[in-house]
Design a binder for this molecule. Structure first.
Ligand SMILES: [Zn+2]
Length: 429
């Protein structure tokens, strides 16, 4: 698999080199450990806005955003950006003949970012319309209600409506001061995938080492799991049931890899524990998805989310069945065949991934770990850790995670069945 070289520049900026002679393109990626979670009420959605504006790579030397966009298009330089809770990513993928140009336009933006006022107005509108799309989505109200309760004590409690209202108020000087505050060396990792000449590397690193020093420090946050049942009234017969379990592990921990495997055994196949019982045996649902959302900093912000869609009349039955499955998993050891199967599946995954190289995953996994000062885990090591999961460990995790105290039941329905659910929960230990 891919080799890498870690560098730390004089200003403490992290650089990751992943050379690959076979890959005839170059990828530059900037990842920052800042994201939506650094925003205060007055700065809501500013990270997303700057994700749009910085992607224009405007500076004193390259001031016109729409012209820059044209140049990228006609040189076939693929640009991409995204923001999540604790990450902003900017990516450029291009042919080696454009390397000098990309280094120049990118480092000019990093060292001398200027806003193109015309594009400011247009991109503001783009962000507004993007938010409108989320707000008009069918699931929005449900998510909004859940977030306002479970994230009551932290910044994530704000809704997309709050974000929309604030976006309309954001001024260019707020964007510039956000840039000056957060685009600092300690918040950033620069990854170079592919091959660039040593002259180009020298030039790039010398410019990157001029980025001002500084690093953001997150506060520790916790989920609010005091409200045990969240109901949203909805006039339809098809409802969503969502179970949230606190997990208390941070991303990058060894446990995080084990939990991937736990979720795999629970939901990732028609024959997985939950799907087999709820679909094949009981005929209640079509699908159930599981997802561990582990935080990089606060272990008490981490949770496991189980989601399924079901006929309103069957919500109680579905919940009862799921809790019964967990009760059994906590009491009895799971048959060893599941773990033999897991190791086999991982072996196949390894064979596939070493055959079809996926630079994007490699860049994002490696750079995320180095950015957060964690050891870099290669695919083989990751699989080895996942493979440690056995019947004893699986039972241990089930007992630790799937408890009444860790659980919040969220459901949409035309009728309120909180009382019945409460009795179910009382019998679930
Ligand atoms: Zn966007």
């Amino acid at each position: 698999m891919y080799n890498y070289k870690k560098l730390l520049l004089s200003n403490k900026l992290k650089v990751l080199l992943i050379p690959d002679k076979k890959f005839k393109l170059v990828v530059f990626e900037i990842n920052m450990l800042i994201g939506n979670d650094v925003e205060t009420k007055e700065l809501l959605e500013i990270g997303h806005f700057i994700e749009h504006l910085f992607s224009l790579y405007t500076s004193t030397k390259y001031p016109c955003g729409s012209k820059n966009r044209d140049v990228f298009y006609f040189k076939n330089i693929d640009i991409d950006a995204e923001i999540v809770n604790k990450n902003i990513k900017f990516k450029l993928e291009f042919e080696p003949k454009h390397t000098d140009f990309v280094i120049d336009i990118l480092t000019n933006a990093l060292l001398d970012f200027k806003i193109d006022n015309e594009m400011f107005i247009k991109e503001k509108n783009a962000v507004i319309e993007e938010l409108n799309e989320i707000i008009k989505d069918d699931e929005y109200k449900f998510h909004k209600k859940i977030s306002s309760i479970i994230y009551k004590n932290c910044q994530r409690r704000f809704s997309q409506d709050d974000r929309l209202a604030n976006t309309k108020k954001i001024k260019p000087d707020q964007i510039i001061s956000y840039f000056k505050n957060y685009f600092k060396s300690g918040n950033m990792i620069f990854t170079i995938f592919g091959n660039i000449s040593s002259k180009q590397k020298k030039e790039l690193l010398s410019r990157l080492s001029q980025i001002p020093k500084g690093k953001y420090k997150y506060k520790i946050n916790s989920l609010n799991f005091n409200t045990k049942i969240i109901h949203l009234r909805k006039n339809t017969n098809i409802c969503q049931l969502k179970l949230l379990f606190k997990t208390s592990y941070i991303l990058f921990s060894k446990e995080a890899y084990h939990l991937e495997a736990v979720d795999d055994i629970l939901t990732n196949d028609l024959n997985s524990i939950l799907l087999k019982e709820l679909r094949t045996n009981k005929g209640l649902i079509y699908n159930i998805t599981g997802e561990f959302e582990l935080d990089e900093v606060s272990k008490n912000l981490s949770l496991y989310e189980l989601t399924s869609v079901v006929d309103c009349n069957n919500i109680y039955k579905l919940l009862e069945s799921i809790l019964l499955i967990f009760t059994k998993l906590k009491q009895c050891k799971l048959d060893n065949k599941y773990f033999v199967n897991l190791r086999n599946k991982n072996k196949i995954e390894y064979l596939k991934k070493t055959y079809i190289l996926e630079p994007e995953n490699v860049i994002s996994n490696y750079s995320k770990e180095y950015l957060w000062s964690q050891p870099i885990t290669k695919l083989k090591q990751r699989i080895d850790i996942e493979n440690e999961l056995n019947a004893d460990l699986f039972k241990k995790y089930c007992n630790k995670i799937f408890t009444k105290d860790n659980l919040v039941v969220c459901y949409e329905s035309n009728k309120n069945i909180d009382k019945q659910i409460k009795i179910l929960l009382n019998n679930f230990k």
